[in-house]
Design a protein around this ligand. Sequence first.
Ligand SMILES: Cc1cc2nc3c(=O)[nH]c(=O)nc-3n(C[C@H](O)[C@H](O)[C@H](O)COP(=O)(O)OP(=O)(O)OC[C@H]3O[C@@H](n4cnc5c(N)ncnc54)[C@H](O)[C@@H]3O)c2cc1C
Length: 488
Amino acid sequence: MTELKFDLIEASSVTEWHDTADVVVIGCGVAGACAAIEAGDLGADVVIIERASGGGGASATSAGIFYLGGGTPVQQAAGFEDSAENMYRFLMTSTLAPDPQIVKRFCDDSLAHFHWLEAQGVPFERSYYEDKTVIPPGNYCLCSTGNEHGWPYREVATPVPRGHKVAGGDLEAGSVAMKHLIERCEQLNVRTRFDHRVISLVKDSADNIVGVSAVSFGEQMYIRARGGVIISAGGFSFNPDMVANYAPQLPSSAVALGIPNNDGDAIGLGISAGAALSAMNGVIATASFYPPGKLIKGIVVNRSGRRFVNEDAYHGRTADFLMGQADASAFLILDAETFEYSENPELNNNLIDGWETIEDMEAALKLPAGSLVDTLNEYNRFASDGEDPLFHKNNKWVQPLDKPPYAAFDISYDKLSYMFLTLGGVKADCEAQVINQHGTPISGLYAAGACVPTVPQDGKGYASGLSLGPGSYYGRIAGRNAASAIQN
Ligand SMILES: Cc1cc2nc3c(=O)[nH]c(=O)nc-3n(C[C@H](O)[C@H](O)[C@H](O)COP(=O)(O)OP(=O)(O)OC[C@H]3O[C@@H](n4cnc5c(N)ncnc54)[C@H](O)[C@@H]3O)c2cc1C
């Protein structure tokens, strides 16, 4: 599937507007729903154009973790002190190429955004899951979902957990969030046109975006927007050609996460209007080897027998470093004291073997002679003092690996199902206005969600919740600004 070409239609060529709204929202995932609620709350007449037969998008299939901080009631209940400034320092350091205004606004308003989500009915339990995890089980809410405790971030900002998982949906808590957000849209009389795929934006003679063209069951129609059009149609994980083109570093064995409609329409529509693109090579890939956290006490080595990442990194960061290793290939090395089976059953199928000596393991893994012996000798020398001067793994996870038998799991991309999401898309500013190639806002066009790289831009800087958090927040900004444009 190649990158789709979308035409930009001249309003003067539209012979009939089939519908008119103050705000036209493209896509009904978390960003679109939040945009619609915010605009609806301001009294705007809003229509959501959604290609699927119902709302939800990838957001409804997600784990429902929102990255929020600044001292939320859940953080407080768990005894954590956080501030917008602390959150900002962390995100500015961990994000690849942060836009300070975008990050600052998200952090400054994060606490208020938490309250707003609760006010829409999205439930968050006052509970904290302490163990290292990918998705906290059951209704547990707060958990560490990023690299806050990792080096160098823990030296820049006080590490606190900011992953807030919605209660009531366990592994698919995103469906609970979307149920409440869509119900809220209904209360506000937000109109929906399901089974409508937006295929073009419409502009007037002054280059303002004034509407869209959509196709529904073969019938093409035009929908006019008085205040603005919001693109919130998701990323492009399900467009293999775009992924290969923009993110060639991603091993081809990686499997797309999300829904088939995340195939790049949002980006194609943005391009047609002259939008600049940003962070298009950004992906978050993952096949976590933990939980249990105990496995983090092992070391990860590449085909040269060398470490390349602090093993306590967020699983997406580890996966990002791993894709840069030869053959995107690596082993998790454990000794008798650190060995445990993973909660990822696929990983357990990749237990290679156990060996009495490191030399035997090195030979069996076909690593260069002496490489693994050297790596473990060096690691153990410092680990006996709880230190890891090379990669600064937190001393909580550092202990010598010197109790035979030793074991290795293959964590290579071609051995595990690494799943990925795209992070790149159209460039937007902190007002969620789409920016053109000259750095100027495109009048009447806003964007939010997975089609906009707001905060996270690569897997090394990602934390779970950094899609739903900024996506929902900047969706609101887009909705507010598009609705205000009509009032003005
Ligand atoms: C299994 C899974 C777990 C995840 N867990 C988390 C998590 O816990 N925390 C987190 O932050 N992120 C998570 N993510 C990522 C996150 O869910 C997405 O990045 C986010 O939901 C994207 O929201 P969105 O509103 O931008 O897009 P979507 O929710 O995908 O919504 C976009 C909508 O646009 C529609 N659309 C597409 N093209 C068109 C068109 N041309 N015309 C009209 N409509 C169109 C689509 O049908 C879709 O409904 C997860 C993702 C997956 C798949």
